[in-house]
Design a protein around this ligand. Structure first.
Ligand code: ARG
Length: 277
């Protein structure tokens, strides 16, 4: 089955991108902002070459991680209510400040806002919440950034809309967000880093997908599982022999885009955009 491929994404230019506080184990080295801008431009170009429309949100001075557009809201669609978002409650106070800017952008673009009362819980948008490619369910992870309670509240809200949510427990701090260790390739096939999950969650994944391809932890920690599936292509920061064989087996063409400056912040291609449809 061919997955319903997204046609547009939201990105935030890295004008004020920086590494100031170690929010994950990758963070510590200084970034080169001019280089980051060039890498961001190349990622944008790679998406456009894959026939994806790139929309942008204005960067805000002082919000050093605003460039990671996958985290501030969960973006959804439902036949009855139409386009909607679920705003995140980010674990780090510095990142919590990004959320209102994203909510405004989505409101202005006609999205309904479903506010969860997340007090004391955390939920980090598409860092931890991934649509199944056929939109039949949502994969939701907790452990490092989103909390189990946050994922429970999200699950209840989606249940009210009739959308099932499958919960997963993350256990590898280098795969602190679900988008670093689960990459849905089609409705039947996905890429995972098995070392990133509790035993029970790994069993759940193995039962749910027809074809599961495995990355080594080393490959996953180099963000090869943080790629973007874009109209028959897989945009990835690196390409190992293993990944190349997996993509060939699923008929996807690899497109390598250097994201090294963003990796110093613990993110790569997938983290730098939100799918809009
Ligand atoms: N420095 C950011 C943070 O730790 C990176 C976010 C990466 N985003 C992602 N979707 N995995 O919050």
């Amino acid at each position: 089955m061919i997955a319903d491929m997204p046609r547009s994404v939201l990105m935030c230019p890295p004008t004020f991108f920086d590494v100031r506080e170690a929010k994950n184990p990758y963070m510590g080295r200084p970034i080169d902002r001019a280089r980051a801008q060039r890498q961001w431009d190349n990622l944008r170009r790679a998406l456009e070459q894959a026939s994806i429309t790139v929309e942008t949100i204005a960067p805000v001075e002082g919000l050093d991680d605003m460039v990671f557009a996958a985290n501030q809201v969960f973006v959804g669609y439902h036949d009855k209510i139409g386009k909607f978002i679920v705003p995140s409650h980010m674990r780090y106070a510095s990142r919590q400040k990004e959320v209102p800017y994203y909510i405004d952008w989505f409101r202005q673009h006609g999205y309904k806002v479903i506010e969860l009362h997340l007090d004391g819980e955390y939920l980090e948008g598409h860092g931890d919440l991934l649509w199944h490619p056929d939109r039949s369910k949502i994969w939701a992870a907790y452990g490092f950034r989103s909390t189990r309670g946050g994922v429970e509240k999200f699950t209840a809200a989606m249940q009210d809309l009739g959308i099932p949510v499958v919960q997963l427990h993350l256990v590898d701090s280098h795969c602190y967000h679900l988008d670093t260790c689960l990459s849905p390739l089609t409705a039947d096939a996905c890429l995972i880093n098995p070392g990133a999950y509790s035993k029970e969650s790994l069993d759940t994944l193995r039962r749910s997908w027809k074809r599961i391809y495995e990355l080594t932890s080393d490959e996953a920690h180099r963000f090869m599982g943080n790629g973007i599936v874009a109209n028959g292509r897989y945009i990835t920061p690196y390409l190992s022999d293993n990944l190349s064989k997996i993509l060939a087996a699923e008929g996807l063409t690899p497109v390598v885009v250097d994201t090294s400056e963003f990796e110093k912040s613990g993110g790569s291609a997938f983290c730098m955009k939100a799918f809009l449809d």
